[in-house]
Design a protein around this ligand. Structure first.
Ligand SMILES: C[S@@+](CC[C@H](N)C(=O)[O-])C[C@H]1O[C@@H](n2cnc3c(N)ncnc32)[C@H](O)[C@@H]1O
Length: 265
């Protein structure tokens, strides 16, 4: 008989995967700068709608929203429950959230400037805890356990299923070595290791419905692959020009897995 291979330590494997991608944790100030982007809301409408359609808020009085950003989910959720605790480490994101809440007359949102890593002892446990697109953290196992511990009934997260479409093609076009970030298999396995039963659903991919500007594509490519030389730029321009209606390029967002599980003892 062949012996079973050693059990996989998913938490360690996730950390190794992050290291292989050259991942560096972002400081909150990087998100502060992005909070100001006026296109946030419009670009993320499809995602927000798909997330809310899967979030069951029946018999739910309180929700904890971790990595809430400017509140694309926080505010619609606050209209359906008695109170929402919204947590983010970015002061800019929380300022955006508070401005939007007051403009929309929403008064039951409590905001907390806090990171995944800091102490949450003073943050109340809620019926449901969510973390939407906010789990690219150095210690995923610890973050999932923390979210789980703050949810009396259920927790829901979204985690990317892979890179945005267009990125692998662009890496191949430029001949760059590129390792995709960890995907949703990690939280699923970590939840199973925690003794939870994750339910997995997939959000539809947002479709780019307008042509993509070549300069925008060049900017995004430089952000992904560092300095582009004249040959790289030429290849990207040709790639863009050859695509029907200039629609070939980077998808606006990724495909997200919606993962939920029952918490409590
Ligand atoms: C992509 S946005 C998602 C916002 C919102 N949840 C949504 O789906 O629309 C990620 C958010 O997570 C926050 N975030 C990232 N890392 C964090 C950390 N370590 N602790 C707390 N918040 C964090 C960022 O400031 C940002 O607001």
């Amino acid at each position: 008989m062949t012996a079973l291979p050693t059990a996989i330590d998913h938490a360690a494997r996730y950390r190794q995967h992050l290291a292989a991608c050259g991942y560096q944790a972002k400081p909150a100030t990087e998100w502060d700068a992005r909070a100001a982007q006026s296109s946030w809301r419009r670009r993320h409408d499809d995602y927000t709608e798909a997330f809310l359609a899967r979030l069951d808020l029946r018999n739910v009085a309180s929700v904890l929203d971790v990595g809430c950003g400017p509140g694309l989910l926080t505010l619609p959720i606050a209209r359906q429950v008695a109170e929402v605790h919204a947590l983010d480490y970015s002061a800019g994101m929380l300022a955006g959230l508070r401005a939007a809440a007051s403009a929309e007359g929403v008064h039951n949102v409590h905001s907390w400037q806090r990171s995944w890593e800091e102490d949450w002892d003073d943050i109340p446990n809620c019926d449901v805890a969510i973390a939407s697109r906010s789990l690219m953290v150095p210690d995923l196992a610890a973050a999932l356990a923390k979210l789980d511990g703050h949810a009396r009934q259920r927790a829901c997260i979204t985690f990317s299923t892979g890179p945005r479409s267009g990125v692998p093609e662009l890496a191949a076009l430029l001949g760059r070595h590129w390792t995709p970030m960890p995907d949703h298999r990690y939280p699923i396995n970590l939840l199973l290791d925690m003794g939870r039963e994750p339910h997995v659903d997939y959000l539809p991919v947002s479709v780019r419905d307008s042509s993509q500007d070549v300069d925008d594509l060049l900017r995004q490519a430089a952000g992904l692959f560092d300095a582009l030389d004249a040959r790289d730029e030429g290849r990207i321009r040709d790639w863009h020009a050859a695509s029907p209606s200039h629609r070939l390029g980077l998808a606006p967002t990724r495909r997200w897995a919606f993962i939920s599980w029952q918490t409590g003892d």
